[in-house]
Design a binder for this molecule. Structure first.
Ligand SMILES: [Zn+2]
Ligand SMILES: [Zn+2]
Length: 254
């Protein structure tokens, strides 16, 4: 026992003393029985130390595996948990309502982790006509306002330039082969005005087309994300983890 502090072994010695004992043991030449006894006493000490600091019921609760929803991390047992996809472990369980909200918001029908394709029914919350005012009020971006201002600023210019181009062209053709007019010069002016008019019209229409398409796709995404999604739960998954709970609205875990 030389060189070893055995006072606290088996009792409530501080952790530092246990550490010192183990350090001293490294340099000692103790017998196998002594080392075994020291090992058992050390284990006993740690067990008492842990028990004195943890409430038993709390410890049991911590050791019991808990099922949590992978979206909200709640373990609310009053709501149905689904395990339809191929995810395992902590990602396996998800509340039905959380899954349906997530599928609606993300505008997808797949599991984002394993790629499993859910069987869903997506119903738009608003029809097209009633969705547009709501989108303009709540979902539209600021660049829509900028584009609207640009449209009302440039559209009159395009109309006026088109009108002038047409008038100049008609006037040019009315002149015919009049000898009083410098025809080559008149041809050049008319061609220049027409070219300018067509370039302006084409640019404006191209800009209008791309901006309308851009805002339409944004509205469409918003419209889909405000759908109501219902997950169709199969009678039993291929993994045998689900059984029907009888009300057709959901399945419960075995
Ligand atoms: Zn949840
Ligand atoms: Zn998955």
């Amino acid at each position: 026992m030389r060189g070893l502090n055995t006072r606290g072994v088996g009792g409530h010695a501080p952790l530092e003393e246990q550490q010192q004992n183990l350090m001293a043991l490294q340099d000692s030449s103790q017998t196998e029985d002594y080392i075994k006894a020291l090992h058992e006493n050390t284990l006993s000490f740690y067990q008492k130390w842990v028990n004195s600091r943890l409430d038993k019921s709390k410890l049991e609760e911590e050791l019991t595996p808990q099922i949590n929803c992978r979206v909200c991390w709640e373990s609310d047992e009053h709501e149905t948990f689904l395990t339809l996809c191929r995810c395992k472990g902590t990602s396996a369980h998800i509340h039905r309502s959380c899954l349906e909200k997530w599928l609606a918001k993300s505008d997808t029908s797949h599991c984002e982790i394993c790629g499993y394709s859910y069987n869903i029914i997506r119903t738009p919350r608003y029809n097209v006509r009633e969705s547009i005012p709501i989108w303009l009020k709540h979902g539209a971006h600021r660049d829509l306002l900028f584009d609207a201002i640009s449209f009302f600023a440039f559209a009159p210019l395009v109309v006026v330039s088109t009108y002038l181009g047409v008038v100049v062209s008609l006037h040019h053709f009315d002149l015919g082969d009049s000898v009083e007019v410098d025809m080559p010069r008149s041809h050049m002016v008319t061609a220049g005005v027409l070219g300018l008019m067509l370039t302006l019209d084409y640019s404006f229409m191209l800009w209008l087309f791309t901006r309308v398409r851009h805002h339409r796709s944004r509205w469409y995404l918003w419209w889909r994300r405000h759908s109501v999604v219902k997950v169709v739960v199969p009678l039993q998954t291929s993994y045998g983890e689900m059984v029907e709970d009888g009300n057709k609205e959901g399945c419960t875990l075995k």
